[in-house]
Design a protein around this ligand. Structure first.
Ligand SMILES: [Mn+2]
Length: 272
């Protein structure tokens, strides 16, 4: 089935995407970043799932990863922040370590709140976003600059926060897909819109089950389904925020997975 969907999708005309961003945010300077040999050659690439302010678990995960491979390049799938205990610390730590990060839906929310604070006199910042007030301008610039995908051609890998619609070129994928999609609704190709991205978990099927490759996609955003290892897509969001695990994976050589158990349940309720 997957092969058929991908085969059909590859023949459909590509609609040209209008690049916009949620909440009317300006686009980052580069939507799609490529890490070439000058960055990754001779190093182990370690991809880390959704952190959501879980700073202690992040430090432990990186410590354990560097015990395995001292020379690593770290790539984060986004949602570094919000709803967890130490969002600002996580932001500063990943910058200090020179991690490569893609933009998640929660980075967009943080930028929306920064804009609200800046332009709306007397804006009542919700309590859960008060951590934003401790950011330096350079931290905000860092979030503003985050791309929506990171490709590593030498490893045949793409890292995004949420996912992709099969049959659409990476450069033609909408930012809302890259940072929000969970499922795909299959509509008629002639009377409908073909493969339609959707972020509701109970409509359609997981996008990653339809993704045909050839690149392998590493992503997060789907704590409800948790770790998923499809033929050409691996989900690394294992709900640390909800008392699950923070997961990282070496994506060259060993494919070794390292997990750190959450120190506590930081958010109750159904994982998003
Ligand atoms: Mn997310």
């Amino acid at each position: 089935m997957t092969a058929i969907v991908a085969f059909l999708a590859s023949f459909m005309p590509q609609k040209s995407v209008q690049h916009t961003r949620k909440y009317g945010l300006p686009l980052p300077p580069t939507l799609h970043v490529t890490l070439g040999p000058e960055v990754v050659e001779g190093k182990a690439v370690f991809v880390i799932g959704d952190i959501h302010g879980c700073y202690d678990e992040l430090c432990e995960l990186i410590h354990r990863a560097t015990d395995v491979e001292p020379n690593i390049v770290i790539v984060c799938v986004g949602d570094l922040i919000n709803n967890g205990p130490h969002s600002a610390n996580v932001l500063k730590h990943v910058q200090g370590l020179g991690c490569h990060v893609v933009c998640g839906n929660h980075e967009e929310v943080a930028l929306r709140e920064v804009t609200n604070i800046k332009w709306n006199d007397g804006y009542q910042l919700p309590d859960k976003y008060h951590w934003i007030l401790s950011l330096d301008p350079s931290d905000v610039q860092f979030i503003e600059s985050l791309p929506y995908s990171i490709s590593i051609p030498s490893l045949n890998a793409i890292i995004v926060h949420a996912g992709l619609v099969p049959g659409i070129l990476l450069e033609q994928q909408h930012t809302n897909t890259l940072a929000h999609v969970r499922n795909i609704i299959e509509e008629d190709y002639f009377d409908g819109d073909g493969l339609v991205p959707c972020n509701k978990p109970d409509h359609g099927v997981a996008w990653s089950t339809l993704w045909p490759g050839p690149q392998h996609v590493y992503y997060g955003h789907d704590a409800r389904r948790g770790f998923q290892n499809n033929a050409h897509a691996t989900c690394l969001d294992t709900g640390c925020l909800y008392g699950g695990f923070l997961t990282g994976m070496f994506i060259n050589k060993s494919k070794q997975i390292i997990q750190v158990k959450a120190k506590q349940i930081y958010s109750v309720g159904k994982p998003e």
